[in-house]
Design a protein around this ligand. Sequence first.
Ligand code: DP6
Length: 402
Amino acid sequence: MSDNDHQTITRVTCTAPVNIAVIKYWGKRDEDLILPINSSLSVTLHQDQLKTTTTIACSRSFREDRIWLNGKEEDVSHPRLQSCLREIRRLARKRRNTDNPTSEVTSVSYKVHICSENNFPTAAGLASSASGYACLVYALSQLFGVEGELSVVARQGSGSACRSLYGGFVQWKLGERSDGKDSIAEQVEPESYWPEVRVLILVVSAEQKSVGSTSGMHTSVETSHLLKCRADVVVPGRMEQMIGAIRQRNFAVFGDLTMKDSNQFHATCLDTYPPIFYLNDISRKIISLVHRYNQHYGETRVAYTFDAGPNAVIYTLQEHLPEFLKVVLHFFPPEVNGGEFLRGLPVNLTPLSEELKREIKMEPTPKGIHYIISTKAGPGPCTVDDPNLHLLDAGGLPKKNA
Ligand code: DP6
C-alpha cells in the first residue's frame, strides 16, 4: 500500500462498559431482531476495571470488512456482526441523504477493519458480548457520524449490549412493536445519583460457560412455563419496584429484588427441559454466606446476582464493603498471597469480630474463589482521543498480534 493510501485511512477508537443485570433478560420473542419477552434493568460497571476497547479504520483501499478480537482474526460474516454493520450503514446513508447531502462524512461505502480487545478475560463469563457489541456500535456511529437511537442497533448484536450504551442504572424496555423500534435502552439514573453503590465480582470459575445464553434462553422459551409466568406476571411489577428503589436509594429493596430476580432466573433454568445448571457448589455457598451475613444484621446490606455462569456479582454500599470483603476472605481463603486475589478498586479491610464468624457458621472453602474484582457503577461509552491508543496502525492492521 502506498503512503498516499495510508493518508486516506480514518481511525476511531472507543471504549464501552460491561453491565450486570439486577432484573434479568431471559427469552426472546423474535430471535432475528433480538426482541425480549420481558424488560430488564442493569448497573453499568466502571470502565477503569472492565471495558472493551475497539478501533475501527476505514479506507477506500480496503478490499473487505475484517475483524480481530483479542488478537485473533475472526470470521466477519457472523450474522449478528453483519446486522450491526448493515444497520449503522443504513442509518448513515439516511442521515447523509436527509441532513446534509453534500457533507464530507466518512464514506459509508468504504470497507472497515475492526480491532477489539477486553481488559478482562473473555472466558471469565463476564458478559463480554455486551461491552463488545456496545463498543462496536458506538465506534461505528462515531466513524460514520450517526446519531440517535443506537441501542436498537446494539441490541441486534446481543440483547444485553443495548444496556451498555448508557452509564449508571439502565433499563431495556421490551417494547410492543414487531419491528423492534421501541425495544430500546434508557438511563434510569446516572452513576453519580447513587455513588455509594459498590460491586464485587467473585470469579468462581474462569472456564467457558456450559450452555451459552442464546441457546439457553431459546430452550427456556420453548419448554419453561415458569419463564412465561415470570415474563408476563412477575417482571412488570419488579421493574417498577426496582426503578423506585433506585430513585429512593433504598438499598434493602434494591438488594432483595436483585437476589429474588437472580433466584427466579436460575429457577427458570431448572424448569427448562432439559434443565440448565449455571450455579455450582461455590455459587450456592456464596448465596448462603450473603443471607447469613444479612441475617446477622437483620437487614439487607449485601446482595448477590448470577448470570449464565457460576460467578457471583455482589452489590453493596461503600460503608459495608470492607467488612463483607473480610468475611469473603475468611470463608474463601485465597490460594497463597492476597496480592493478585483482590483486583480493581482498593478496599481498607477491617478486622472481623469473632461473634460474626461464629454466627455465620460455615466451614471455610479454601481456593473456592479464584480472584475478586472490586468496582463500582460507571459511565457509558467514551471516545479515545489519543491516537497512540489506536489498536490498528496507520495501515489499518492490528498493532500487536497477541
Ligand atoms: C443472563 O445478551 O448474552 O446475562 O441476546 O442472545 O446475545 P443474546 O443474550 P445475552 O443474554 C444475557 C443474559 C443474562 C441476563 C442479562 O444480562 O439481562
